[in-house]
Design a protein around this ligand. Structure first.
Ligand code: URP
Ligand code: ZN
Ligand code: ZN
Length: 482
């Protein structure tokens, strides 16, 4: 047979083009685009469907230790299965360093959890919480060289927050090595001050999570992160941006020629702070950081997707069970919003929400959808064989039914959480079939029953962090998958 698989008759969209042809796939790679391609072991009829690059979700949390007595709801099997059902073929979780633990040990532990248990491909970011001399001088540069070419730093959270000096130290390593720095921008001291004051006033319900982290907390930290990055001349990605004022910081930096990039997420498009004001503890289902804001902030985030302030749209999937003291219903005695684990599930619903609310309602084009959901993630994070439909690329493809109408519901989800924060939202357009390196993982909305074939991918440097004038590597060298 000339091909292992042909996808025939669909409408293909990339970040730049929309066209109709058949796709020939051999050994996991796209080897032909054309008509009448000939024989294949299997042919999928994609007439009436959209054939898109598989989604890349460059911001997910899977199997992370999340504090005493708290358990994240997804392991790598359930998190990546949920991703596949949401039209994704690559996810990028974090290897989170705990204070006192070496970065190498951290990475090894996450591989121990992930390797051989993934339904889609996985590439890891690092999180630096303890920038010792060993980390800065040895481990971090070596891991970046090995393909962990981006890392996240936190400006808040107990046990994770870096001070400004530490931020400058890790950013300097990124400057020297070509890594991309992702920043969680919220002011730690301001949040602690506001939280203490709210608790003293008896204001402990989940809705006060939002009050403890108002927009200036995010705006100030965004401004400071950008200023620190400017001092050491390094590109930064400000992740999970929730509002216009933080966006304006990014826009102003760009207008001064700085390489500052932005990410937003579904929770900032379709949820608001009112969702955290449910009966009893119901509001805990929506507690994430930064918190969802108001309708005007939603509109601002849409504008940011349309005009390029945001180059990537990620889920920030960070699942906890609701009806569970190891999840959102915090352990006995810890009744304040302070103890509610931050984060919500969303890897399976990210793309249908963006497609339906964005493309379906005329806010973004289909090409922008592909860029925001896949192509820009690949370029930003050095996934050089992914994010497009072109000869030589991995055959990572999602076949969408653009007409299918779905009411999002927990009963449809494959994640380990016991709820979805997007329950009841009506969408039009749904991923039907997900293909990972030429192998069908989800077929017509059903698990294809294939063994877990997701691989770990060592990445190239970000195209955004490459020194001016340096051409990006067109394809990964052999042996970067395992
Ligand atoms: O609330 C959130 N976003 N939890 C996940 C951790 C993070 O900050 O991304
Ligand atoms: Zn964060
Ligand atoms: Zn996150």
């Amino acid at each position: 047979m000339a091909y292992d698989l042909i996808i025939a008759g669909g409408t293909i969209a990339t970040a730049s083009d929309i066209f109709s042809c058949d796709i020939g796939i051999r050994d996991g790679v796209i080897v032909a685009l054309g008509h009448d391609l000939g024989a294949a072991s299997e042919t999928i009829d994609a007439a009436g469907k959209l054939v898109l690059p598989g989604g890349i979700d460059s911001h997910v949390h899977i199997a992370q230790p999340s504090g005493e007595g708290i358990v994240m709801a997804d392991d790598f099997a359930s998190g990546t299965l949920s991703a596949a059902f949401g039209g994704n073929t690559t996810v990028m979780p974090f290897c989170v360093q705990e204070k006192g633990v070496s970065l190498r040990e951290t990475v090894k532990a996450y591989h121990g959890l992930a390797d051989g248990r993934c339904h889609v491909d996985v590439a890891f970011h690092l999180v630096i919480s303890d920038p010792t001399e060993q980390v800065l001088g040895q481990d971090l540069p070596a891991l970046i060289e090995d393909g962990y070419t981006s890392f996240k730093v936190f400006m808040t959270y107990d046990g994770l927050a870096l001070n400004d000096r530490q931020m400058l130290e890790v950013m300097s390593v990124a400057r020297e090595t070509g890594a991309l720095v992702m920043v969680h921008a919220e002011n730690y001291d301001a949040i602690r001050f506001l939280t203490d004051r709210l608790e003293r006033g008896g204001q402990i319900a989940p809705k006060f999570h939002g009050t403890s982290r108002p927009i200036p907390v995010e705006r100030e930290a965004t401004h400071r992160a950008i200023s620190l990055a400017e001092l050491v001349d390094v590109p930064v990605m400000i992740v999970h941006v929730s509002n216009r004022e933080a966006m304006e910081e990014i826009a102003r930096a760009r207008s001064r020629g700085l390489k500052v990039y932005g990410e937003t997420c579904p929770q900032y498009l379709v949820l608001t702070e009112a969702d955290m004001d449910g009966l009893n503890m119901e509001g805990a289902k929506y507690v994430c950081s930064p918190p969802p804001r108001d309708y005007a902030s939603q509109q601002a985030c849409w504008e940011g997707l349309e005009n390029g302030i945001f180059s990537v749209f990620s889920s920030d999937h960070c699942p906890f069970r609701y009806d569970d003291p190891a999840g959102k219903l915090t352990p006995k005695g810890k009744t304040s919003f302070r103890w509610v684990p931050n984060g919500i599930p969303g890897v399976e619903t990210r793309l249908p929400i963006l497609f339906s609310e964005g493309v379906g309602k005329g806010r973004i084009t289909l090409n922008q959808f592909v860029a925001l959901s896949s192509t820009n993630h690949a370029k930003t994070y050095g996934l050089t064989r992914k994010g497009s439909i072109a000869i030589g690329m991995d055959a990572d493809i999602a076949i969408w039914d653009p007409q299918r109408e779905v009411t999002i519901s927990q009963s449809l989800m494959h994640h380990g959480a016991d709820y979805t924060p997007y329950e009841g939202i009506k969408v039009k357009g749904w991923p039907a079939t997900t293909i990972l390196r030429g192998r069908i993982v989800v077929r017509d909305g059903q698990a294809a029953g294939a063994p877990m074939q997701g691989l770990y991918i060592a990445r190239e440097r970000s195209a955004l962090a490459a020194p001016a004038g340096q051409l990006p590597t067109p394809f990964e060298p052999a042996g970067r998958y395992r």
